[in-house]
Ligand binder design. Structure first.
Ligand code: GLN
Length: 446
């Protein structure tokens, strides 16, 4: 399997460009070691997996698609990597992304552009664009991405695959380069819901090295999948049907509603009045946290160091000026601004209050409904270059995915038909730690 996928990678990579580093020798050696082992084979025995380049794999580069970390090799495995390897998975390499996971198209990578396998003139989405494109192009059956505001679900939707943003605290972030620590989660990606549930079962669970992980028992989602939608109460938010939603995408959602009703679910339109504030709160909170998290890239500890510096300040500022790309700089400046004296209360503290109100609003809906559904994105994949000048248009891609991270709830994106040749995605949101509920729902409507 590994050899045939390596040939597949050779054939499609010149067009798609999903990988930053293909680990040919290492993956063949791992496959041989796996073959030689006659013992228990594990839940992912011999299955090739691709890993986003902000998740540490010991001995492989972890560049976060940034010049800052070019050549930096991770000295240890992330917990999720340890977990999949313990179950027999074989890592084929590291996947392209927006620099430090900031973006919605993978165009912010410092190294290359990844293209959507369904239409090579279009983006695969982002920031986990490489992870989605590699699965869609059949280079790997499974991959891992990260989702701070939609970075697993939006590219899954653009590339016609499935992707999950788990409940905040369900999956360890140990060994994952931090972006927005109160929002970040690792997210599994696959071609169908059954595979997705299996990978989720493997990587979920408490980790003493990440204190935000919850102590609940891992239930084995893949062994509890069921398809019954009868009597399920489903909500659709009026606010997700408004301005910006492309007509073909709206029509697709209406067809989904008809199917759900046919299968015995009830569907109500409800209000999530605070949704309009999610995006603003997200860009304040995530940028504030990013400005703090990225302070570790100082030219001393990791990666890039500017040459012939005058003094320590010159070292910091030149290393950071040369190492970071424009979007990362934008976020650091925005984050530093909203955290600074005099502005902290007006922006950052206020955004935290808005987040609490949004969480309460979702909680109230989930006391009455089992799932909220929406399109994953307002439009299908856009063209390479189409949104690079208009930063706000790029940010607006995340309007339906960002509230999920703000609320800390789980959500899955599954393929929902096509508009022309471009895949559309359906987002299914559930209450905290109800991964099983949304996976079952996804399994039923897939
Ligand atoms: N597109 C969003 C951003 O640029 C989300 C990124 C993510 O989820 N990592 O911040």
């Amino acid at each position: 399997i590994v050899e045939s996928l390596l040939s597949r990678i050779d054939a499609v990579e010149p067009k798609v460009g999903a990988f930053l580093h293909v680990e040919r020798e290492k993956s063949i050696a791992a496959a041989k070691a796996y073959d030689a082992k006659k013992g228990p084979q594990g839940l992912l025995g011999g299955i090739p997996v691709g890993i986003k380049d902000n998740i540490s794999v010991k001995g492989m580069q972890n560049t976060c698609a940034s010049k800052f970390l070019e050549g930096y090799v991770a000295p240890y495995d992330a917990t999720v990597v340890e977990k999949i390897q313990n179950e027999g998975a074989i890592i084929l390499g590291k996947l392209n992304m927006d620099e430090f996971a900031m973006g919605s198209s993978t165009e912010n990578s410092a190294f290359k552009i990844t293209r959507n396998p369904h239409d090579l003139e279009r983006v695969p989405g982002g920031s986990s664009g490489g992870s989605a494109a590699a699965v869609a192009a059949q280079e790997v059956p499974l991959s891992l991405g990260t989702d701070t505001g939609g970075s697993v679900r939006q590219p899954a939707s653009f590339c016609g695959i499935v992707g999950l943003k788990p409940t905040y605290g369900n999956i360890s972030r140990y060994g994952v380069t931090a972006f927005g620590s109160t929002l970040d989660q690792v997210g599994p990606m696959a071609r169908d819901v059954k595979d997705l549930a299996l990978l989720t079962s493997v990587i979920t669970g408490k980790d003493s090295r990440d204190f935000t992980t919850n102590p609940l028992e891992t239930p084995g989602y893949h062994t509890h999948l069921s398809k019954d939608l009868r009597g399920k109460k489903v909500a659709i938010a009026r606010e997700f049907l408004g301005e910006g939603l492309q007509e073909g995408v709206r029509k697709n959602l209406m067809e989904v509603i008809a199917v759900l009703k046919e299968q015995g679910a009830t569907v109500d339109i409800i209000d999530l009045k605070l949704s309009d504030y999610s995006l603003a709160a997200y860009y304040i909170i995530s940028s504030a946290e990013a400005s703090s998290n990225l302070a570790r890239f100082d030219g001393v500890r990791y990666g890039k160091r500017a040459d012939e510096v005058k003094d320590i300040l010159d070292l910091y500022s030149r290393s950071r000026s040369e190492g970071f790309g424009p979007e990362v700089k934008r976020r650091i400046m925005l984050g530093t601004y909203v955290l600074s004296a005099g502005y902290y209360d007006a922006y950052y503290a206020k955004a935290l209050k808005v987040r609490k109100l949004i969480q309460d609003e979702y909680r109230a809906i989930f006391s009455q409904y089992e799932a909220i559904i929406s399109p994953t994105t307002p439009t299908p994949a856009f063209k390479v270059g189409e949104n690079t000048e208009d930063i706000l248009a790029m940010y607006l891609n995340d309007v339906y995915t960002v509230p999920v991270n703000i609320a800390g709830i789980p959500a899955v994106s599954i393929p929902s038909g096509k508009l022309g040749n471009l895949p559309l995605g359906l987002q299914i949101m559930g209450k905290h730690f109800d991964e099983q509920g949304i996976l079952n729902f996804a399994y039923a409507v897939e």
